[in-house]
Design a protein around this ligand. Structure first.
Ligand SMILES: [Zn+2]
Length: 114
């Protein structure tokens, strides 16, 4: 009598991925709701409590600051995408003097120009 194991769901579960001492990624399953396994900081009760501000020095990495930077990035990417989709005449709109004099003004180089 054979008992084929159904391990598809087990294998598809998220893995820890922490760097181990031999330099490879940890392959242990991550705990439910966590990104790490029980040995790499995913255990319940480990880590700082929510809202803990004991180690805040400048607030650059607070969730609000990270979310704000992410929002600004998406707005800039959307604007860049919109500018890319404009017709080629937008070069004269960007810097009208450039087309008259034939020289570039320092600081007006755009990463959009490829
Ligand atoms: Zn791990």
């Amino acid at each position: 009598m054979s008992h084929p194991r159904n391990v598809a769901t087990m294998r598809s579960s998220p893995r820890c991925g922490a760097q181990t001492r031999n330099g490879e990624a940890c392959r242990a399953p991550a705990l439910r709701g966590r990104m790490r396994c029980r040995m790499h900081g995913g255990a319940w009760g480990s880590g700082a409590p929510c809202g803990n501000s004991n180690a805040v020095k400048h607030g650059y990495f607070t969730s609000e600051a990270i979310e704000e930077r992410r929002f600004v990035r998406t707005v800039l990417e959307d604007a860049e995408d919109l500018l890319r989709r404009l017709p080629a005449a937008s070069d004269t709109i960007r810097n009208p003097r450039e087309s008259e004099t034939g020289c570039t003004t320092p600081g007006t180089d755009s990463p959009l120009r490829t």
